[in-house]
Every structure is written in C-alpha cells, then in structure tokens.
Design a protein around this ligand. Structure first.
Ligand code: IPM
Ligand code: MN
Length: 352
C-alpha cells in the first residue's frame, strides 16, 4: 500500500491533479496495486485564508509518506518568494530531495518549434542539483532602499552535494541505457570556484563508469545546442540555478508546459512529482489546460515506486493521445476539456 500525499495547490493545479488521480486509479485497477491518498491544502489560496504556509506538523506528516504528488504552487496576490520558498523549496530542502529530474522527450505527434527535429532527436534528461547553489539563499541586504544599497546572494556548492548529484546522473544514464553519455553543464570560464569543484568531481566520479562517455559544455552554449543539436544529449547534469533555466528551455522543445513533468527526488527518502508548469492563474477553473504534464508526473511517480509496468502503460497512453487526439497542447487550444484528455488516457490504458 503506497501512502501518497496529494497537494493540488493553486490555480490550475487541482484541475490537472484530478486527471492524474483518475489515471492513477485506472492503472492501479489494471496492474493491481493499492494506495491511499492523503490530501493537503497548501498554497496561496490557503495562505490568504489562514495565514498558514507550511505548518511543521504537515512537513512531519509528509516525511512519513511514500511519495508526494504536487499540482502547482503560486498565487497572483501573494508576493513572489513567500510560497516558493515557504512551501516548494522548504519541502525540497527538508526532505533532502537533492535531484530534480526532468526528462525532455518529444513524442511523435507533438508540435515543437524545432521543425526539422523529430522524436529521435529530442530525447534527453536533465538532472538538476536541487538543494544547493544559489537556492540556499545565503546572503543579505545592506542599506535597503537607499542609493547605497548592497545586495549579496551567494551560491553554495558542497563537495558532498555535488558528488551525490553527479553519481545519480551517471547511475541514471547507465540505467537509461540510450546514448550512454553524461554532459556536465557549467560555467568554468567565469564561475571558477564553483564549477572547478563540479568539474573535478565529475572527472573523479566518471572513473567509476567507464561504460559512459563524458562531455562538458558551458550553460550558454548548452542553450544554443539544445535548440540546434538536441540529438547530442542523453543526460545533462548541472547545478540548481542553471538547471532551473535550461529545463524551461527543455520543456519548450518537447512541446511546452502542457507535457513537461518533473520529479524532486531523494533516492532514499520521500520524493515529490509535479507538472513543470506553474499555477496558470489566467486559466484557473476553466478546464482548458492540458493535464498531460500532471499525468506524466504520475507516470514518473509510479516508476519511482517500482510500478514500472503501470508507468509504461501511462506513457504509452499519453503517446496515443498526442498522436491520435490532442494536436495542440496549449491552454485553450486543445479542442478538448482537461477532463476529456484525462478520460482519453484512461481509455487507452483500459484498452491496452
Ligand atoms: C521550478 C520552479 C521553481 C524553481 C520556483 C517556483 C521556485 O521554477 O520548479 O523549476 O525555481 O525551482
Ligand atoms: Mn523553474
């Protein structure tokens, strides 16, 4: 029995999570596993109503779950930073979800702005360090609001944090068994302390994996190549800030936020899976956003829970939906309601 915490969150989060849960129910019946859902009301709406961000009691409860299924956190009426740091980053940090795993794969039928590239060219994974770097928030501000204001925000990279992320990337690459290549994305020409640590550790860890080819690219160059030559990549590993940026680019080339999913992973603890898009306040409650990213997050979650067959069935169903039915994944342009897309995925699972 899996204990799954569900945090639908804000905006379109609840709508897309509902579809993910619909799919979860369908695969659990077909592949015969049990789970228990524990819902938590967290997010901007809840914060505005109660003043509560992430109560310690909830955090403690989350630590006892098998996984967390998250919709979206973010509210137009809450100052930026409060919910992001208070809920999302706090969960990642306190649960030590040190890997942010973001597959970038173009399914046949999905429209990509890279017109000349096809599904065989766009299939890689970004492994983003998820608990350190600039996100640690070290620093402060001096003489705020005056002409002499100074703001310092330092990035912190530890040998331990870097090494465990790199090792995860190599192991993931070996397991994935595709091009067998890990590319380190950094900025060794400018961030000479931080990425020297990354590069040295990368070379050391690589020695344990002689079946895997290694490569290095600066983050700015990677942005160009992800668009121009995405077929070069298999596994890209990088720090928190660069990973945040390049995975938004990755989401676009795989067809957009309607399909991009990710996981916040603690390989030995409680991991959290989410669609990559935000709360999309503009579309909230209209039933017009794609649930496929949230359903893809459900697929990653089941894979993580050891339900490989159920996960595969979800992925095949998603691939059928984008090939046969939903030709445009943009909000409001799908030609289907959010719940109808969820129903299609369920139908393909049941008929497979
Ligand atoms: C993401 C998001 C978060 C991040 C924000 C909401 C704090 O952009 O998951 O990539 O920067 O990590
Ligand atoms: Mn981001």
């Amino acid at each position: 029995m899996f204990k799954i915490a569900v945090i639908p969150g804000d905006g379109t989060g609840p709508e897309v999570v509902a579809e993910g849960l619909k799919v979860l129910k369908a695969v659990s019946e077909k592949f015969d596993f049990n789970y228990q859902l524990i819902h938590y009301e967290l997010g901007g709406e809840h914060y505005l109503k109660t003043g509560e961000i992430l109560p310690d009691s909830v955090l403690e409860a989350l630590k006892k779950m098998d996984v967390i299924y998250l919709g979206a956190i973010g509210h137009p009426e809450v100052k930026p930073g409060i919910l992001e740091k208070g809920i999302l980053l706090r969960t990642r940090f306190e649960l030590d979800q040190y890997i942010n795993l973001r597959p970038v794969r173009l399914y046949p039928g999905v429209d990509t702005p890279l017109k000349d590239k096809g599904p065989e060219d766009i299939d890689f994974v970004v492994i983003r360090e998820n608990t350190e770097g600039a996100y640690l928030g070290a620093g402060g501000v001096h003489k705020k609001g005056t002409p002499d204001e100074v703001a310092i925000q330092e990035a912190i990279h530890t040998r331990k944090g870097v090494e465990r992320c790199l090792r995860y990337a190599f192991e993931y690459c070996r397991k994935r068994n595709k091009k067998k290549k890990v590319t380190l994305c950094g900025k060794t020409n400018v961030l000479t302390y931080a990425f020297d640590l990354w590069e040295r550790t990368f070379k050391e860890v690589a020695k344990e994996f002689d079946d895997i080819e290694t490569d290095y690219a600066h983050v700015d160059a990677i942005c160009m190549w992800m668009v121009k030559n995405p077929e070069w990549f298999d596994v890209i590993v990088t720090d928190n800030m660069f990973g945040d940026i390049i995975t938004d680019l990755g989401a676009m080339i795989q067809g957009g936020l309607g399909i991009a999913a990710g996981g916040n992973i603690n390989p030995k603890g409680v991991s959290m899976f989410e669609p990559m898009g935000g709360s999309a306040p503009k579309y909230t409650g209209q039933g017009v956003v794609s649930p496929l990213a949230a359903i893809g997050a459900c697929q990653m979650m089941l894979d993580h829970l050891g339900q490989a067959e159920a996960a595969k069935a979800i992925e095949s169903a998603i691939m059928k939906v984008v090939k046969n039915d939903v030709k445009n994944l943009s909000a409001g342009k799908m030609g289907y309601r959010t719940s109808q897309v969820g129903d299609l995925v369920v139908k393909y699972i049941q008929n497979s």
